[in-house]
Write a protein that binds this ligand. Structure first.
Ligand SMILES: [Zn+2]
Ligand SMILES: [Zn+2]
Length: 322
């Protein structure tokens, strides 16, 4: 109770509480706590009454197999990560495909968004087909400032866009961080727009790699994992409130159309991108960059990728010029 009090000291009000727990099997070693934890939860849920008897190592081993097989049962085979050997094979194939693509001037590898794996028409890792392959022709736009190229869709431009200058956001000096930090969760998107956004993502009116990978589970686990690490640009509190709002509006009991995981994996990041595009006027690529920037752990990798990418785009431009 003293520990709990310390943990919740800022939220206060624990004085009136007492902690009770049903009798649990007793752990005698220092390594099997996970097994006891899972067993305690299962016993509680299944309403099994147990006594505080100590369990032997052999009993622990039986329980370990039991819990492991239960966990495996609920894994979707399509979500099952590739084995080490499969990953290496995939990487080899991917590198080869990239080499070939560099020589083709119309390949998506030359899209600025590809470098952060946000290009809407990128190839699935190690495969030969591209996302959203129902779209057959692509329009390209070049940034007036940095001279990089983007697909119209990756830039977030409408089909009939016809201006003389486009800026990808590379020369943007507005204080994005301050705007991101100061916005309230209620002001990010209206309730009505949440519904519209979800519908447009479902129908494909808004092209989204996250939704595409959600609908084609198992297609590219590497990219799906990459996206699942960058779902918000906001701090934890704002993000939590936003998720609650999305859940309140989209989780219709019994409909089964939208589930909690889809909200955090697809709708949340797309709502953040929607806000960055509509409120701060960022292009689609730049909005994805803001999400990526919030993933501090990957900063090192990202810099390396960017350097490689810049060289590739130069190559592409030379080809276009000649
Ligand atoms: Zn693109
Ligand atoms: Zn630019």
């Amino acid at each position: 109770m003293a520990i709990l009090r310390n943990v919740f000291r800022s939220s206060g009000g624990l004085q009136g509480w007492t902690v009770t727990f049903p009798p649990q099997w007793k752990q005698q070693d220092s390594v099997n706590c996970g097994i006891f934890m899972c067993s305690a939860v299962e016993n509680e849920v299944q309403k099994h009454t147990v006594t505080a008897e100590p369990l032997t190592l052999s009993q622990c081993r039986t329980l370990r197999v039991h819990h492991a097989s239960e966990i495996m049962k609920s894994i979707d085979p399509e979500d099952f990560p590739p084995t080490f050997i499969e990953s290496i094979e995939m990487e080899k194939k991917e590198n080869k495909l990239q080499e070939t693509e560099l020589k083709k001037t119309d390949s998506s590898i030359h899209c600025l968004a590809w470098k952060i794996r946000a290009c809407l028409f990128q190839r699935a890792t190690g495969k030969t087909f591209v996302f959203h392959d129902h779209i057959k022709t692509y329009k390209w736009v070049q940034c007036t400032s940095c001279k990089n190229w983007l697909h119209f869709q990756c830039a977030g431009l409408p089909e009939d866009w016809n201006e003389s200058e486009f800026f990808c956001g590379c020369s943007l000096h507005s204080d994005i961080d301050n705007l991101v930090e100061s916005v309230e969760a209620v002001d990010i998107i209206t309730d009505a727009d949440i519904k519209v956004l979800e519908q447009k993502l479902q129908t494909g009116d808004i092209l989204s790699n996250r939704m595409y990978l959600w609908k084609h589970k198992g297609l590219d686990l590497a990219i799906r994992k990459h996206y699942s690490e960058q779902v918000t640009a906001f701090n934890d509190i704002t993000t939590d409130v936003l998720i609650k709002r999305l859940e309140n509006i989209l989780l219709v009991p019994g409909s089964g159309l939208v589930d909690q995981r889809m909200i955090t994996e697809v709708i949340l990041p797309e709502a953040v991108i929607h806000w960055l595009q509509s409120t701060i006027n960022l292009c689609h690529y730049q909005a994805e960059m803001v999400l990526l920037r919030t993933v501090k752990d990957n900063e090192g990798n990202h810099k390396v990728q960017q350097k490689q990418g810049t060289e590739k785009v130069k190559l592409f431009q030379q080809k276009i010029d000649t």
